[in-house]
Ligand binder design. Structure first.
Ligand SMILES: Nc1ncnc2c1ncn2[C@@H]1O[C@H](COP(=O)(O)OP(=O)(O)OP(=O)(O)O)[C@@H](O)[C@H]1O
Ligand SMILES: [Mg+2]
Length: 220
C-alpha cells in the first residue's frame, strides 16, 4: 500500500538519502532502525508527505503524492496518514477526548460522530476513563495512548510513528508495542515505526536498516 521508490534527499551539500526503496503491505508492521543521523526521520517525513524528496516517488494506496498541490497534500495527509511522534504533541488546553477529535473536525466530521469514534478508540486503548482530563493530568503512557487514538481517528491507511516509545519507561514502551500488534491484528492497521528500541523492532513483521543513505539488504 506504500511504495517509496528511489528516494533521494540532501540538506545543502549533505546527502542523507541516496536511493531508498521502501515498500509496505497493508496490515504489516515495518520498523526502521539505524544510527542517529542516518535519515530515519527524514524518510518518515517524506513518506508522510511532510517533506518532499529531491528525487523519487511515493505512492500511497495508488496516489502518487508528488503530484498533489500543498493544499491537496494537507487534506490527503489528514485523511490517509496518522502520525505518532516521540513527544506526543497533544494540545495542552484540550482534553484527551478533544485532542483525539481534532483531526476528525479538520476532516469536517460532525461533532457527535467524531466524539463517538474518539471515545471508542480511547476505550480500545484503555484510557476512556481519563478522556475528560487534559494531557498534563495524564501519565506519559496514557498521553502516548491518546496520541495513538488521535492518529487512528480518521481510519488512516497507514500510521507513521517516530520513536513513539522513546519517552516512555520500559513497561509503558512494551505496552505501546503490544498495542501496535493488537491494532494490526484487530483492525489490519499498517504501521511504519522508527525506533531505537530493539524490543519494539523485534515485534515488527519486518525490520528495515538504513545505513549510508540506503536500505541495507540482508541485514537481518
Ligand atoms: N532541516 C534540516 N536541515 C539540515 N540538516 C538536516 C535537517 N534535518 C535533518 N538534517 C540532518 O540530516 C541527517 C538525518 O537526520 P534525521 O533526523 O533523518 O536522522 P535520524 O536517523 O532520524 O536520527 P535520530 O535517530 O537521531 O533521530 C542528520 O545529519 C541531520 O542533522
Ligand atoms: Mg529521528
Amino acid at each position: 500500500m506504500l511504495q517509496a521508490t528511489g528516494i533521494y534527499k540532501s540538506y545543502g551539500t549533505l546527502p542523507i538519502l541516496k536511493g531508498v526503496d521502501l515498500h509496505v503491505n497493508t496490515g504489516e508492521i515495518v520498523s526502521i532502525v539505524g544510527a542517529s543521523g542516518a535519515g530515519k526521520s527524514t524518510l518518515l517525513h517524506i513518506v508522510g508527505t511532510l517533506d518532499r524528496p529531491d528525487k523519487g516517488t511515493v505512492t500511497i494506496n495508488g496516489t502518487d503524492i508528488g503530484t498533489l498541490s500543498s493544499k491537496q497534500l494537507s487534506a490527503f495527509r489528514n485523511e490517509h496518514i496518522g502520525f505518532v511522534f516521540q513527544f506526543h504533541h497533544l494540545l495542552p488546553e484540550f482534553t484527551a477526548l478533544e485532542n483525539v477529535c481534532i483531526p476528525a473536525f479538520i476532516k469536517k466530521v460532525g461533532r457527535k460522530e467524531a466524539e463517538q469514534r474518539a471515545e471508542a478508540l480511547l476505550d480500545l486503548l484503555g484510557v476512556a476513563h481519563r478522556m475528560d482530563h487534559k494531557p498534563a493530568e495524564l501519565s506519559g503512557g496514557e498521553q502516548q495512548r491518546v496520541a495513538v487514538a488521535r492518529a487512528l481517528v480518521n481510519n488512516p491507511d497507514i500510521v507513521l510513528a517516530d520513536e513513539p516509545s522513546g519517552n516512555l519507561d520500559s513497561e509503558n514502551a512494551s505496552a505501546l508495542h503490544r498495542l501496535f500488534v493488537e491494532l494490526r491484528d484487530r483492525l489490519n492497521q499498517t504501521f511504519v515505526v522508527v525506533t531505537h528500541n530493539e524490543e519494539l523492532a523485534a515485534t515488527a513483521d519486518r525490520i528495515v536498516h538504513i545505513k549510508d543513505g540506503v536500505i541495507e539488504l540482508n541485514a537481518e
